[in-house]
Design a protein around this ligand. Sequence first.
Ligand code: GDP
Length: 177
Amino acid sequence: MPAGHYQYRVLVLGDAAVGKSSLLRCYAEGPGAAGAPAPCPTVGVEFYSRTVRLPPAGRAKLQLWDTAGQERFRSITRSFYRSAAGALLVFDVTNRASFEHVTEWYQEAAGGGATGEAAFVLVGHKCDLAGERAVSAEEAGRLAASLGMAFVETSAASNLNVELALQTGLLGPSEAW
Ligand code: GDP
């Protein structure tokens, strides 16, 4: 396939308001975009894309799907799971319930068929809010290890690890970008 013709679908899953849209906007449109008012909460599925370079000389178009956290939209997102190259399971480090729902999101995606080739990564978002933490990095790291995936802490507000989280979500933790 000629360079530039690859397309990868990456899903971003997690409860409402954990920061999924902000994370994607930061990645797709640059750090400044995350501070702009977001349509909140996300309704249905929001779509972003970004073309990235892949070693050695290829290019790929990333399709980034920001799925709504609300229960009633889960039937929409279910149909997207099957062809996903990767999925970010996002929780808010200041919101304990969003962390406790991660396993459900994982089971939902795995039950929808996003296993096998798909690379999952656990993302602890809003890590700039250190004083309000409800989930430690150690605890989240243990959950990620038990589910067999990488763990990355991110902040759209501080533009911390946003690239890393998306790269891991696409290629898996062991591959060089
Ligand atoms: P979504 O519903 O999961 O897509 O969440 P949004 O992206 O709409 O973000 C929910 C709220 O969290 C908004 O008020 C954002 O401004 C805020 N937020 C998103 N990312 C960050 C972050 O990295 N740090 C902080 N402190 N707030 C954030």
